[in-house]
Ligand binder design. Structure first.
Ligand code: NAP
Ligand code: HSE
Length: 434
């Protein structure tokens, strides 16, 4: 049996999943690529730490040179995470003419261009299917199967941890901290879960997807980002009352050369397919000008689902490594598309205010919305005779800057105790004036 040697940089959740798949699906893998994939070395920080069962001790090293200088190792699989030393290790692997597979979206969103340019120079492959939406094969689908399309929109639930949190908060009324701990125990969360709950992880993934789909070097910093930490149980209750569920969405649209990029909690109608994507599952909607609407659904995090994407990349490299001249669709090409300022984006909006319960307050607020050209679709007032009550508005489709300007003025009203929350509502393709 022909063998090919790889090295794993890291053997945590994803590395462990890769190890298990290579062993449990050995025959299928040999059948698919004609080679047995052998893990030659595993890089860790501490070689004495107790880890994944059944791994021979002699495979572990804490010295990257052992991997770099081993000519038998053809593919380096980076599943350790973080920017450094992961970036340095990948660039050195490329220089030593080793192919690379990585699941590291933070690294690609910030340094993808540099890494892929180096790989092209050296004539090696860098594959990164696991970096977006775990087990869902969305990267290859955009690069290969949908290569005949011009993309108009990509929208999805791109973070498993926050989808798990929002699902549990909605269905079981579990509090945020308890459910975050559960997500960490299940291996969904990043080493620093701030990346998940503040929307950075979803923004990294949106950067990668948008760069590929729109052929534009999107800077991660250009993505508007809000996380889920400001979502209160009362917002989830109001959403349900109004026929919505709250999801953290990544949204990228292209219109006349201008790109809109945003990650934020969103009201999604209960009837929308994204509303029934629960737990750690992810879903990605793609609209191509030829294929029209597609939706991809699957596990967005976890050992085996993510390991599946990594192993798929290893097999793709094995099959394609002799054919390196074939130009891969370049991630982050140079182009001159403009990024739309957040204030120019359009949506419907949910606005929750706490106000003093006095006659005329509702009318005053409604007329301030009107003054800024924001038309209201519905209003809910809860409580009566209390010192302060909740007022909830859903606006019609409008421009974000108008809502922000109206809220600035509303917030100066003596009767307004607190601006509770503003959440965008995704109600399909309602364009203004349509
Ligand atoms: P993890 O469970 O924390 O495992 C990280 C592994 O990398 C550990 O074995 C750790 O070794 C090793 N490591 C970290 N820094 C190192 C260093 N400087 N030198 C040597 N070894 C080092 O992480 P994970 O959840 O598997 O995630 C790995 C990557 O996959 C990240 O980029 C993440 O964003 C991405 N990803 C994760 C998921 C998921 O569901 N978890 C899904 C998609 C993508 P020690 O144990 O010795 O510290
Ligand atoms: N922390 C990430 C998530 C892992 O929760 O989606 C998968 O990329």
């Amino acid at each position: 049996m022909k063998k090919i040697k790889i090295a794993l940089l890291g053997i945590g959740t994803v590395g462990g999943g890769v190890w298990d798949i290579l062993h449990m699906n050995k025959d299928e893998i040999v059948g698919n690529c004609g080679y047995e994939i052998e893990v030659g070395k595993i890089l860790v920080r501490d070689v004495n730490k107790k880890r994944h069962d059944g791994i021979p001790k002699e495979l572990f090293t804490s010295n990257y040179e052992d991997i770099l200088q081993d000519e038998a190792i053809e593919i380096v699989v980076e599943v350790m995470g973080g920017i450094e030393p992961a970036k340095d290790y990948i660039l050195r692997a490329i220089k030593n003419e080793k192919h690379v597979v990585t699941a590291n979206k933070a690294l690609l969103a910030n340094h993808g261009c540099e890494i892929l340019t180096e790989a092209k120079k050296q004539g090696v492959h860098v594959y990164y299917e696991a970096s977006v939406a775990g087990g869902i094969p969305i990267i290859n689908t955009i690069k290969e199967s949908l290569a005949g399309n011009k993309f108009k929109k990509i929208m999805g639930i791109l973070n498993g941890t926050t989808n798990y949190i929002l699902t549990k908060m909605t269905k079981q009324k579990v509090d945020f901290d308890t459910v975050l701990k559960e997500a960490q125990e299940k291996g969904y969360a990043e080493a620093d879960p701030t990346a998940d709950i503040e929307g950075y992880d979803a923004a990294h993934k949106l950067t990668i997807l948008a760069s590929l789909a729109f052929g534009k070097q999107v800077e991660f910093q250009q993505v508007y980002r809000e996380g889920v930490t400001e979502i209160k149980p009362i917002d989830i209750q109001y959403a349900a009352e109004l026929g919505y569920v709250i999801k953290l969405l990544g949204i990228a649209k292209e219109k006349e050369g201008v790109i809109e990029l945003r990650v934020h909690p969103t009201f999604v109608p209960e009837s929308h397919p994204l509303a029934s994507v629960h737990d750690s599952f992810n879903a990605v909607f793609v609209k191509g000008n030829a294929v029209d609407d597609l939706m991809f659904y699957g596990r967005g995090a976890g050992d085996l689902p993510t390991g599946s994407a990594v192993v798929g990349d290893i097999i793709a490299i094995i099959k394609g490594r002799e054919n390196i001249q074939i130009e891969e669709k370049q991630l982050f090409p140079q182009d001159n598309k403009r990024i739309m300022p957040m204030g120019d984006t359009e949506s419907e909006y949910y606005v929750r205010l706490t106000v003093k319960d006095r006659p005329g307050v509702l009318g005053k607020i409604a007329s301030l919305f009107g003054k800024h050209n924001v038309s209201l679709a519905s209003v809910i007032q809860k409580g009566e005779g209390d010192p302060s009550v909740s007022l909830v508005f859903i606006t019609h489709y409008t421009v974000e800057a108008r809502v922000q300007r109206a809220l600035e003025e509303i917030n100066t009203m003596e009767e307004v105790v607190e601006l509770g929350n503003l959440i965008r509502v995704e109600n399909g393709e309602k364009e203004m004036g349509a």
